[in-house]
Each structure stands twice: as C-alpha cells, then as structure tokens.
Design a protein around this ligand. Structure first.
Ligand code: GRF
Length: 189
C-alpha cells in the first residue's frame, strides 16, 4: 500500500477528506504520518484522535532548511511515497523539494496560475472573475507553482462573499484532492 505523508498548518479539512476517501475505499493508500508546523492546528488533533502517527511541531524561529530537514526525517522514517500539502502555510526549501521531487502535491483555492498566495478567494472576488475554482498541482520551488494535475471550476454567484465562495470551492477541493492523489499514485513507479 502506498504511503502518504500529510503536512498541514490549520483546520485540516482536506486532510479529513483524504482520510475519509481512504476509509470508504475510494483511495487506495495509507496515511503514514501527519505533520503540523503549528502545534495547536485542529488538523493534528484529528490525526491524534484517529490514532495516526502525528507530529505537532513548531516552526517558529527555526531556519527553514533546519525545520525542513526535521520534517523530511520524519517522512523518511515512515517510508512516505507521496507528500500531500493540505493547508500547509509554509514554503518548502529547495532541499525538501529535491528530497521528494515530483512527489509533493498541493491544493490551492484558485484556478492557478491566477491568484497564488494568501486569500486566493478574496483576490478572485476583488478582481471580479466570474469563474473561480481550485487546483491540485505538483510542488516546485515557487509559490503555488508547479505542473497542474487537476482543477475544478466554481462559478462566482451574484452576492457571493469571500465566505460563501470559499465554502463552495472547499466542497470541490474535498472531492478533487483524493482523486488527484489516486491518479498520481497509479503512475508512481
Ligand atoms: C484550503 O483552502 C487549501 O486549498 C489551502 O488552504 C486551505 C486549507 O484548508 N491550501 P484545510 O486546512 O484543508 O481545511
């Protein structure tokens, strides 16, 4: 069974969607470990409740390369095949990306390459786009950049707020991320 390493910093709803996709047999994989760089992240509590190997680290004040070495060590100790960023609010060092080249996925709440970075849904609303959405992509050294694997379009509705649009995008995130992971796993050698 292929092993996933989940990295998160907060709520962890995408992680939960991956977890449930595995539970229901839609995704053939195993969550080998969950790592948070924010000790109080709700997502890491969920991992603990499920009895998954959970690492609540604190990245504050630690140089990026040093922190990433620690995370890579954890991922390697669990023989992780694929790293899934799920609301991980940290850029990865080139060393991390090299260690898992083409084996790191991210989900972002916009139709990339539009609106990378923070508050993507707000950026889209402010720009006035009529079609928003989400993207699963392979991670490279840039911010929310790298080859696109899957996207879902979400129409912007009259009267949408950041919250209402984000909620409809999130529904699509939860559906598309496990599917994209399954596709990548099927192609891993
Ligand atoms: C999601 O919108 C994801 O696209 C972005 O950060 C958010 C994380 O939400 N990268 P959650 O922690 O998975 O609930």
């Amino acid at each position: 069974m292929r092993k996933l390493g989940i990295l998160l910093s907060g709520r962890g709803s995408n992680f939960q969607a991956i977890f449930h996709a595995i539970q229901s047999g839609k995704l053939q994989a195993e969550i080998a470990c969950v790592v948070s760089n924010v000790p109080a992240a709700p997502g890491i509590r969920f991992a603990e409740e499920q009895g998954l190997p959970a690492y609540a680290l604190n990245s504050q004040g630690i140089p990026r390369v040093q922190f990433d070495q620690q995370v890579v060590r954890i991922l390697r100790s669990h023989a992780v095949d694929l790293v899934c960023l799920a609301g991980y609010m940290r850029l990865l060092s080139p060393e991390f990306i090299d260690a898992y080249r083409n084996r790191i996925l991210n989900i972002h709440p916009s139709l990339l390459p539009s609106f990378p970075g923070l508050d993507a849904q707000r950026q889209a609303l402010e720009y006035g786009v009529k079609i928003a959405g989400c993207t699963v992509h392979l991670v490279d050294e840039g911010l929310d950049s790298g080859p696109i694997l899957a996207q879902r379009a979400v129409p912007v509705l009259e009267g949408d707020t950041e919250d209402t649009l984000s909620a409809r995008i999130l529904e699509q995130e939860h559906d598309v991320y496990p599917l994209a992971i399954a596709q990548v796993l099927a192609r891993l050698d």
